[in-house]
Each structure stands twice: as structure tokens, then as C-alpha cells.
Write a protein that binds this ligand. Structure first.
Ligand SMILES: NC(=O)c1ccc[n+]([C@@H]2O[C@H](COP(=O)([O-])OP(=O)(O)OC[C@H]3O[C@@H](n4cnc5c(N)ncnc54)[C@H](O)[C@@H]3O)[C@@H](O)[C@H]2O)c1
Length: 256
């Protein structure tokens, strides 16, 4: 999978999966536009990448804001002239709890980032890709986009929504030679799962972790690099016939 001379835009780039994808794309020769809330977090990641200045742009942006999304898209196209790959990945887990205990603020927080943020990204990047008549988008959904997870009701709804957006975007973009897919990871060893484990079982987060691991066929969490590998495949020309697909990387969870 060769990304030499490809411009790859990644949101949530300072997080676990985003960082792993950033490293993997960089190793394959990509020029990177990295987006996250904090510029200093992005600068830390950039320091390890060792990319020359002409292959890297860092943008602090909040994906909940349409104007900030327009800003990172404009930043990428002004600097590099195109966007070949968009890994639409920023997300939050929000507060855990049964639906009957979920407050309106939690609903807003999760839907604003995971649904509106993903939507704004698709809208503005797709517009660029349709004009250039090429490109690949990979949206991060989740196993929670495919099945129900008690105590993660709004997160589950938000990730189902990402699948809906993926399917429609794939259909609307197909004529233009743009592919749109979603990746659905199972539990991955990142800060997000530490947040969920603590939310579900503050006294014994290790117990929640074991339960998640046991819910997969291969009885362990993924490492972020294992999800990044799937993202690179979906973004690459090797996946030229793959669009509108909902690609699970779940350690066999849905096969059980
Ligand atoms: N970790 C898992 O087990 C798992 C499983 C399935 C899906 N996912 C999804 O993978 C994606 C990445 O998650 P992760 O595990 O790397 O978590 P993470 O918390 O390590 O990373 C998420 C990143 O998104 C950024 N972000 C959050 N809100 C933002 C906003 N409003 N604007 C811009 N950036 C924002 C955060 O700053 C962070 O760097 C998320 O969409 C998550 O829902 C994670």
C-alpha cells in the first residue's frame, strides 16, 4: 500500500487509533494533515514522525463546528491542492449509564462529536473529492454501530448513525470515483476504553476489561496499529472495488 504523493487528512489524530494511523500512513510516504482539539498534542505526535515540513500540516479544530471543519479542509487544499484520503475518526465515548439515567447534556456531547462532526467532515471533504473526481473516505464507526451495548446507548446510536452516513455518502459519491467505507473496531487498547471501563466499573475496571476481551473470539483487545492496518487497506488503491462497506475489525465478536 503506497501513499507516496497522497494527501491524507486524519481527525482525532492525537488519540490512540488516530496516532497509529498517522504513523502507518507516514511510513507509506503520505503527506499528512493532522486535526485534533489541541495543537500541542499534535505537535508531540509530529515530533516523533520526523516528517519534513513540506509533508505535514497540523490544524487545531473542533469537529463539532462546521466553520472549523471548513477551516481544516481549506487548510489542506490551500497548502497541498487536494485531499486523497480522509480518515474521519475523531470521537468521544461520553458518560456511561442506562438510557433511563442519561441526561440531555450527555446526548448532545456524544451526538455533536460523533454524528455532527463526522457529517461535517464528510460534507466538506466529499465536496473537494467530488470536484477532483477521486478520493477515499474511511469513517470510524464501531461494533457499537452494529450491535447494542448496554450502558452505552447514545454512543451506540451515534455509531449506528455513522454507518448510515457512510452508506449514503458511498452512493452519492460513486459516480465521481470516490469511495466511502466505515471501519468497525471491537475493543481497542486506547484512552477511550480506559474511560469506558472506569465508567462501567469504577471499583474494578479490570473486570470490565476482561468482560470486553472475553466478548471477542480471540479473547483480547486490539492494538491501535491493528485497526490502522485495516484503515490503510480501505484507503488504498488495493480496495478499488470496496465502497459502502462496513468493515469489522472486532476479533470475531460478531461471529460469536
Ligand atoms: N478504542 C476503542 O475501543 C474503539 C472501538 C471502536 C471505535 N472507536 C472509535 O475510534 C475513534 C478513535 O478513538 P480512540 O480509541 O483512538 O480514542 P481516543 O480518545 O484515544 O482518541 C479520540 C481523539 O478524538 C479527539 N477528539 C474528541 N473530540 C473532538 C472534537 N470535538 N474535535 C476534534 N477532535 C476531537 C480527541 O482529542 C482524541 O485525540 C473514535 O471515533 C472512537 O469512537 C474506538
Amino acid at each position: 500500500m503506497d501513499f507516496e504523493d497522497k494527501v491524507v487528512l486524519i481527525t482525532g489524530a492525537a488519540g490512540g487509533i488516530g496516532h497509529a494511523a498517522t504513523k502507518a500512513f507516514a511510513e507509506q510516504g503520505a503527506t499528512l494533515v493532522l486535526v485534533d482539539l489541541s495543537l500541542s498534542a499534535l505537535e508531540k505526535i509530529a515530533a516523533d514522525l520526523g516528517l519534513p515540513e513540506n509533508r505535514l500540516l497540523l490544524v487545531a479544530a473542533d469537529v463539532r463546528s462546521e466553520s472549523e471543519v471548513e477551516g481544516y479542509v481549506a487548510g489542506a487544499t490551500t497548502r497541498f491542492g487536494r485531499i486523497d484520503v480522509f480518515f474521519n475518526n475523531a470521537g468521544v465515548e461520553g458518560k456511561t449509564g442506562a438510557l433511563v439515567d442519561t441526561d440531555a447534556e450527555t446526548v448532545d456531547t456524544i451526538l455533536d462529536v460523533n454524528v455532527k462532526g463526522s457529517f461535517f467532515g464528510i460534507k466538506h471533504v466529499l465536496s473537494t473529492m467530488i470536484t477532483q473526481r477521486s478520493g477515499a473516505i474511511v469513517n470510524t464507526s464501531s461494533m457499537a454501530g452494529l450491535i447494542g451495548f448496554p450502558a452505552l446507548g447514545v454512543y451506540t446510536a451515534s455509531k449506528h448513525a455513522v454507518i448510515g452516513l457512510t452508506r449514503v455518502a458511498a452512493l452519492e459519491a460513486a459516480d465521481s470515483g470516490v469511495r466511502v467505507n466505515a471501519v468497525c473496531p471491537g475493543p481497542v487498547n486506547t484512552r477511550m476504553m480506559r474511560g469506558i471501563e472506569n465508567g462501567l466499573s469504577a471499583d474494578n475496571p479490570e473486570a470490565a476489561k476482561s468482560q470486553f476481551a472475553d466478548s471477542t473470539a480471540i479473547k483480547r483487545y486490539a492494538e491501535p496499529e491493528e485497526i490502522a492496518n485495516v484503515v490503510l487497506f480501505l484507503a488504498s488503491d488495493k480496495a478499488s472495488y470496496v465502497t459502502g462497506s462496513i468493515f469489522t475489525a472486532d476479533g470475531g465478536m460478531t461471529g460469536m
